[in-house]
Design a binder for this molecule. Structure first.
Ligand SMILES: NC(=O)c1ccc[n+]([C@@H]2O[C@H](COP(=O)([O-])OP(=O)(O)OC[C@H]3O[C@@H](n4cnc5c(N)ncnc54)[C@H](OP(=O)(O)O)[C@@H]3O)[C@@H](O)[C@H]2O)c1
Length: 267
């Protein structure tokens, strides 16, 4: 598949690596429009792809045009390529918060796919939700799906409101998890563990617990109960979490992110 990226940063490179590693595309199938000259040379050296600082030149080379710039650069990029896109080209946007209707309007182009990844996608462990506009052909949706699979677990949705919900849960989620991890490490240090040990113990505990929840298929309450023996240490800690309103704090955090996501989208 012929891919043209606009923006060659972290997310674009995650995708480029993914499609090259899985042989979905060859370096000669990929071109990247990137304003930073130094990043251009890195991209061409690291992946052997075609790079150009001129986005309009790059767009001509792709059947899938992937917009991977920061939200504040969307209008500028869209105005550069508006009027250039042909009916057999589809635009895929990974830009947080950019709605399908906004993309269609800014680009003057109907076939558009909106993707909501998260940062673990950089190492192929992401959670990716995506949605097609009505004008996206089914074979293009299939190609997009195979490309997104290289970033992690993908789910195609057909109702855009789930993308706002995913923004608050899976897209912002790594920040919540990293904060939890940091607190656990600091707690380990507080009670006397060397920091490197506290970090290793925490990371493996979070990773292992997640894998156990996935692989066992058991309810998390059941898995928690297996750790908390009567009158023991764990239940003592669980009481402290309840007193600190841990669960309602986490829920309120996600709700706050969701409300912010709606307000940024103009609802
Ligand atoms: N990183 C993630 O894990 C992640 C997760 C979810 C969603 N996203 C979304 O993915 C998008 C890209 O994020 P990112 O982390 O990959 O950002 P990034 O690393 O900053 O990459 C964006 C790249 O685009 C370049 N650029 C800026 N304006 C341009 C223009 N007019 N033409 C061509 N290139 C231009 C930037 O160059 P300069 O640095 O010189 O400006 C930068 O190299 C964002 O909209 C973000 O919301 C990212």
């Amino acid at each position: 598949m012929k891919l043209a990226f606009i923006g060659g940063g972290v997310m674009a490179q995650g995708l480029i690596k993914g499609v090259l590693d899985s042989s979905l595309a060859k370096p000669s199938d990929i071109s990247v429009g990137e304003i930073d000259q130094q990043k251009c040379s890195e991209l061409s050296k690291r992946y052997g792809v075609m790079v150009d600082t001129n986005n309009t030149k790059v767009v001509e080379n792709g059947e899938l045009i992937i917009l991977a710039v920061k939200p504040q650069n969307l209008s500028e990029v869209a105005s550069q390529i508006n009027g250039m896109l042909t009916a057999d080209q589809t635009v895929i946007s990974v830009i947080a918060g950019a709605r399908i209707s906004t993309l269609v309007e800014l680009l003057g182009h109907q076939p558009v796919i909106r993707v909501m990844p998260n940062t673990p996608a950089q190492i192929g462990k992401g959670m990716i939700l995506w949605m097609c506009s009505k004008k996206v052909k089914s074979e293009v949706a299939k190609k997009t799906q195979s490309m997104l699979k290289t970033l992690g677990v993908e789910i195609q949705i057909h109702d855009e409101q789930y993308l706002d919900m995913a923004t608050a849960l899976s897209a912002s989620g790594p920040a919540y998890v990293f904060t939890f991890i940091e607190a656990l490490v600091d707690a380990g240090v507080f009670i006397g563990l060397p920091r490197h040990m506290a970090k290793e113990l925490t990371l493996q505990t979070v990773l292992g617990s997640t894998q156990l929840a996935i692989e066992s298929g058991k309810h998390t309450a059941e898995l928690r109960d297996m750790v908390a023996s009567p009158g023991g240490t764990t239940v003592e800690a669980l009481l402290a979490l309840e007193e600190g309103e841990f669960r309602s704090t986490v829920m309120n955090a996600v709700i706050a992110a969701y409300e912010k996501s709606l307000s940024l989208g103009g609802e």
